[in-house]
Ligand binder design. Structure first.
Ligand SMILES: Cc1ncc(COP(=O)(O)O)c(C=O)c1O
Length: 446
């Protein structure tokens, strides 16, 4: 361990940059007085002023029950968007909330900022934390999952020679911070092979448990992988706890797709994006650190953080209009019911899978059961079709947005459907895939 450095303060009273505490306080006080003299009401928030669509809960998973929900979105006319796992398509109400927040700041920057900050602190953060089974003190907003994953890895209390087990299916956003710690701190990282797909939860838990050595201190894995494999988080966390290991989860592909109770899962840290399945504005995510895990995962910002003041959130001026608009996204999902979102996304992916079953040359790579495969994302290969080459063709010729999945040794296509998609759009995609399978789509050389 490097020895701690020291901070030297020069006591040169003639320094021109020196500001007395008294002077600072005076300046601060006068600006507050100035604001109230202009009659600013810092209690008002953006969402208070926005019309909010009253959405009735869909009665079933079929298209008819979700037609009124689809109307809340503003996609490019004619486009079928099935790449939600890359980036969600926020409903109009979220877009309007972001715009309203920016207007507030542009009209009156300081007052606007403080109104938005209040909305975030008093409403957005507590209600999001509550939605995910956490307390506000366990919850920090970030710009995305990548930032949160970086914080949970860099903050993990590990020393040179300590070993971390990660799955072979980690997203680079989850793997790269560990490689940084290998480079900087001499941590050892062991990749545990998990097959794609895997048969059942036991496969995964036993693979991790078999890999534990006397030097293992932590395990890190996805709740849902980029390809849609659903990991047995609770069983993995229980196993980790029984061995005294820190458990760190990447929830980027999970939150918003089905109910999640972080307290019940019991992991030490959980990182997620809110701009995918939660339908939040782009540039939103969170870091959860369990209250009891504050000695295990510590601040990467503050020199004087303590368990009662963990200082885990990135400090400094934040994208407040974007964060405040998370309230609209959360309201939207809550009005629909996240259980209904799960049923609807499962219904659509089941429909896609049944259609794929009729197409010759298709190898489905998603997990075989609802315990091993998430509701929203489906991966498959088509014989003679290169996924990388296919994606732009389907986009340009059919106005359908899907993605490739070149991981885990696959040359796969990923289709990620959210509540706004329809069976008619899936049939449109099938026609495009049938065409591709018939003609073949060879790899395009670089
Ligand atoms: C499993 C997984 N983890 C992390 C990320 C990174 O998410 P973000 O871009 O929000 O940081 C992604 C992005 O697709 C992902 O699929």
């Amino acid at each position: 361990m490097p020895s701690p450095g020291k901070v030297v303060t020069r006591s040169d009273s003639s320094s021109p940059s020196r500001v007395s505490r008294r002077g600072f306080l005076t300046t601060g006080a006068s600006s507050v007085v100035g604001l109230s003299a202009f009659g600013c009401d810092t209690r008002s928030t953006v969402q208070d002023k926005l019309p909010y669509p009253a959405l009735s809960q869909p009665q079933g998973p079929e298209d008819e029950s979700w037609a009124h929900v689809r109307q809340q979105f503003i996609p490019e006319p004619g486009m079928a968007y099935m790449n939600n796992a890359s980036l969600g398509m926020p409903p109009a109400v979220v877009v309007e909330a972001v715009a309203a927040g920016y207007k507030l700041v542009s009209r009156d920057p300081i007052r606007g900022r403080s109104g938005l900050q209040k909305a975030v602190d008093s409403r957005v953060l507590p209600s999001l934390a509550n939605f995910f089974g956490a307390t506000p003190g366990e919850f920090s907003l970030t710009r995305n999952a990548t930032e949160a994953l970086h914080l949970q890895v860099m903050g993990s209390n590990l020393n040179a020679g300590d070993e971390v087990l990660i799955s072979s299916q980690e997203h680079p956003a989850g793997r790269n911070p560990w490689l940084l710690r290998v480079e900087r701190n001499g941590i050892e990282v062991t990749e545990v092979f998990v097959s794609s797909p895997f048969e059942d939860a036991r496969d995964v838990v036993e693979s991790f448990e078999r890999a534990i050595t006397p030097r293992t201190r932590a395990i890190a894995f996805c709740h849902v992988t980029r390809g849609g494999h659903l990991y047995p988080v609770k069983q993995l966390v229980d196993m980790a706890r029984a061995h005294g290991l820190i458990s760190l989860v990447d929830g980027a592909q999970a939150v918003g797709m089905f109910p999640i109770d972080l307290d019940d899962l019991g992991c030490d840290a959980y990182s997620a994006s809110l701009h995918k399945w939660m339908l939040g504005p782009i540039g939103t995510g969170f870091l959860y650190v369990r209250e009891g895990a504050r000695e295990k995962i510590r601040s990467t910002f503050s020199f004087n953080a303590t368990p009662s003041n963990p200082a885990l959130a990135p400090p400094g001026t934040a994208d407040l209009p974007v964060r405040a608009a998370l309230e609209s996204a959360l309201n939207f999902v809550e009005q629909l019911g996240v259980e209904n979102v799960e049923r609807r996304t499962r219904f659509l992916s089941d429909y896609l899978k049944s259609q794929l079953g009729t197409l010759p040359g298709v190898h489905l790579l998603s997990g075989p059961t609802s315990d091993t495969c998430c509701p929203g994302s489906t991966i498959f290969e088509i014989e003679g079709v290169d996924a990388m080459a296919l994606v732009p063709i389907v986009d340009e010729e059919h106005a359908i947005h899907i993605d490739e999945h070149q991981r885990d040794g696959h040359n796969a296509i990923r289709v990620s459907t959210h509540v706004y998609n329809t069976t008619a759009e899936i049939e449109r995609l099938m026609a495009a895939l049938e065409d591709a399978a018939e003609k073949g789509v060879p790899r395009v050389s670089a």
